[in-house]
Write a protein that binds this ligand. Structure first.
Ligand code: NIG
Ligand code: FE
Length: 390
């Protein structure tokens, strides 16, 4: 993760939406096109488009009051247990129309694009009933064709126990397996299935049952694992062959080794730790275990109402001990790996999608150094300039 290939005075040749050649400009072969469209980066830095592999960007309502209660010291899970937290967003999302959700989520995507995000994962999980979960997923699929950011949809029905199944997590898991998962599968509206595997939400055995049912239908798996309590979600991710396990603030180092052996990407969400004032993920332990580490925003209405790539980069380098190189890899190639898309994007290589950013800086190091500032000038998505600042 620390080794980047840096090419000075480089050129990138793009045919339609894919990269066909990368190297020093002096070696660029003649282009067989009478009028190639040229973008001059003016000596600045070009990096791959960012892949934000964990967000919950489709939701109704806000939870600013809870944010301030937490600022005064009320724990996140206490608000959840009192019937607030995710349930507040579920009520607001159930009440929101497709058009309302489209407008809210579309705005969030536009902000992400300016920050350099060219691929984003988005989760359902604020409906918890069949109709609203499908509505959230439908919003993602409609937005996919209306704006440039590629959206990778995830079904997260197992985000919380809805009031209809209060005290009966097993009954809710049965309902998802029998009623919701088959419909989501039939409509092909989600690539991944995810679960909030956490003490007092979905415990290990319920999580395993749900994940195995999802895998049997052909979904790829993700887990919110070991965020607030060491339950063993990281080990379960390894056992179920998940593509990524995310959060991992309390993960057992032994489980991290199991993840590394099973090829599960360890996704760190430092903005959530920042907002919840939890210790940052132990990225050294993840790397020592041999895990590929990704960084993602976790944008959501509760634990982290932020998609700030610049703040995340600063935290990763200043407080988590990541090098600028590792942080950049974590937000590009490893973010793509966390979506099982590393063969297709996440680095500037021939054959991959031409998703690239021109930074208003002489080096990628400024992503951390120009602290908390957006230094993305131009965003190129699938070969087209889709956002330009200067
Ligand atoms: O990834 N922890 C569970 N899910 C989200 C938070 C959701 C919420 O608070 O609305 C997370 O942090
Ligand atoms: Fe999350």
């Amino acid at each position: 993760m620390d080794r980047l290939t840096v090419i000075k005075d480089a050129a990138i040749a793009i045919d339609l939406e894919r990269i066909v050649w990368v190297g020093p400009e002096a070696d660029l072969p003649p282009i067989d096109d009478p009028a190639p469209n040229e973008i001059d980066a003016l000596g600045r830095t070009v990096v791959p488009g960012f892949v934000d592999s964990h967000t919950h960007f489709v939701f109704g309502g806000y939870r600013d009051e809870e944010f301030l209660w937490r600022a005064e010291g009320v724990p996140y899970m206490e608000i959840h247990e009192r019937g607030g937290g995710i349930a507040t967003s579920v009520n607001a999302t159930r009440a929101a129309s497709v058009d309302e959700l489209m407008a809210l989520a579309g705005n969030r995507l536009a902000r992400m694009l300016e920050l350099g995000v060219t691929t984003v994962e988005g989760k359902s999980g604020y409906g918890l009933d069949l109709e609203t979960e499908l509505r959230q997923l439908a919003v993602m699929s409609r937005l996919s064709s209306l704006q440039p950011v590629d959206i990778v949809p995830t079904y997260l029905g197992a985000h919380s126990i809805p009031m209809e199944f209060k005290g009966d997590p097993s009954g809710y898991v049965d309902y998802m397996i029998a009623t919701v998962l088959p419909r989501v599968h039939e409509q092909s509206v989600a690539r991944f299935c995810d679960i909030f595997c956490e003490k007092g939400v979905f415990e290990l055995e319920e999580s395993r049952r749900y994940l195995e049912a999802a895998a049997a239908l052909g979904f790829k798996l993700k887990l919110h694992a070991d965020e607030l309590y060491r339950l063993g979600g990281a080990g379960l991710a390894a056992e179920t062959g998940a593509i990524s396990a995310d959060h991992l603030l309390k993960a057992d180092p032994v489980d991290l080794v199991k993840m590394a052996n099973a090829g599960v990407v360890a996704t760190c969400l430092p903005l959530t730790a920042f907002v919840l004032r939890e210790p940052y993920p132990d990225v050294k332990a993840m790397m020592t275990a041999g895990c590929a580490v990704a960084l993602a925003s976790d944008l959501n209405p509760g634990s982290c109402y932020s998609q700030s790539i610049p703040l995340m980069f600063a935290i990763a380098v200043l407080y988590m001990g990541m090098s600028a190189e590792a942080a950049l890899t974590a937000l590009t190639l490893n973010g793509a790996a966390a979506l099982d898309l590393a063969g297709d994007r996440g680095s500037l290589e021939p054959g991959k999608l031409a998703d690239a950013l021109i930074l208003d800086a002489p080096s990628y190091r400024h992503l951390a150094y120009h602290t908390g500032m957006n230094i993305v000038d131009t965003v190129i998505k699938r070969g087209k300039v889709v956002s330009i600042r200067s």
